[in-house]
Design a protein around this ligand. Sequence first.
Ligand code: NAD
Ligand code: 3PG
Length: 529
Amino acid sequence: MYKVLVSDPISDMGIQQLVDAADITVEKKTGLSEDELVAIIADYDALLVRSQTRVTARILEAATNLKVVGRAGVGVDNIDLEAATKRGVIVINAPDGNTITTCEHAFAMMMALSRHIPQAHMKTVQGVWDRKSFLGVELRNKTLGVLGMGRIGSEVAKRAKAFGMDILAYDPFLTEERAEKLQVKLASVDEIIRTADFMTLHTPLTPETRHMISRPQFEVMKKGMRIVNCARGGLVDELALVEAIDQGIVAGAAFDVFEEEPPRADHPFLNHPKIVVTPHLGASTIEAQENVAVDVSEQVLLILRNEPFKNAVNMPHVPANVLNKLQPYFKLGEQLGVFVSQMVEEPVQEITVKYSGELSDFDTQPLTRYIIKGVLSHHLGSDVNIINSMHLAKSRDVNITIEKSAATKGFTNLLQVTLKTKNEQRTVAGTLLNGYGERIVQIDRFTVDVAPEGNILLIAHTDKPGMIGNVGSLLGNNDVNIATMQVSRSAAGADAIMVLSVDRVVPHDVFQQMLKVNGIVKAREIDLI
Ligand SMILES: NC(=O)c1ccc[n+]([C@@H]2O[C@H](COP(=O)([O-])OP(=O)(O)OC[C@H]3O[C@@H](n4cnc5c(N)ncnc54)[C@H](O)[C@@H]3O)[C@@H](O)[C@H]2O)c1
Ligand SMILES: O=C(O)[C@H](O)COP(=O)(O)O
């Protein structure tokens, strides 16, 4: 008999199939503290949660019988995926079930904002018939900026079109072709900030998206913009937003999510006359709750019964016969993907992976999944894993080509990853060197020998005297220690690259100064931590 613990409010109807199963007992215990969960979790084979339960490493450590954590919803940021993977606990989610519901909530928030509905309601029920204070604006003919054109963002854009809005959209995976298909105009974040009347956020929270809208963005923002956030707290810097509203830059905001949930009683959003708030209700409809609970219960049932399942966020499907040969290359493959994804500046249209040497004899599918995960993870964060990486790339119209060759330029095995965007093509190749571990041995057409780890500065420059000294002095004078440095050139006096690993992130102003050094053509910071 398997025991399932439901630790958040999850639709009864949705979990009925678990309740009905003869080999399963379901217990509902909501609102437990971490200590309380640690004390009881060893009794359970499966844990079903929404976003309230924080599934911490401590809980997972104590979960000696746990086989699966089922998230009835999209975001798994409340689950310690690394700890779950380490413990061999499968984490599954229900990514599709609440898309429409959350999209509709974002739209409801946009309309509440444009017509002051919550504020007008409050006054009316208090007996005040105030028809002067709540002059609104139409959505028709306004420009809506959508940041994040995944499942929810695309649905919001579709509905906004029906309201007569013009849509500007940004997503690192949005190509012109896909934008055309979705009938939106591809734009940069900067263009959206400077020109949109409304802006709605639909990205995950990753180190890159955290505070993607903050003081520098408010400084150049179109005056009178209205902002909706039904994605994740922390995408917008809350204090900077309040300042921008008080300075008259932003006309109002509607937020379903907070950096800390629930927010403190003195949170500046809570009594602000121009901010509409809801308590993370994006997914809270009867339909969505049923959908996600049904999806996740189905998968939990399959996992407990050892049957094939989908939507695993953290579990690799690696055929045992190839695992031993491929496994040593998994880390390198992912690092190459992460590296090359930070070399391009436009949406990726094509990923070509070339396997040379002994590896070309094997079914390299599992390794390809690691490489694709690396390419996507810079933008998709913890949402991408080796189970879903191929699917995520395909769903974003990214073509994946695999090439194999016996020739290896002297290495036992060589992995080469090339990304094609509309205007550029960038390549990185790596290998495992006996005794040295993972090495990058090629960047575009330059030969290098770089350990793919830490903070890396990739600088394209002209091969001329003084370049190394100038870069070294600039970093040294600004307390940035260079751990290793590689220089490679196509020919004497021609183009060259410098690859530096540095002990800390280069401060923004120092990076800007570096771009002005005579002879430097381009520089990229690459984060491999
Ligand atoms: N309020 C709620 O109750 C609720 C409900 C469901 C989902 N969500 C949240 O909404 C968000 C979107 O969910 P989804 O199902 O559409 O996810 P999704 O993965 O389908 O879409 C997210 C999109 O964001 C894009 N992205 C990543 N980095 C970006 C960046 N820097 N700039 C612009 N776009 C970027 C990704 O490429 C992806 O296409 C997630 O954060 C999810 O957790 C909230
Ligand atoms: O990620 C999600 O699915 C949403 O944020 C919904 O979260 P909830 O299940 O706690 O309502």
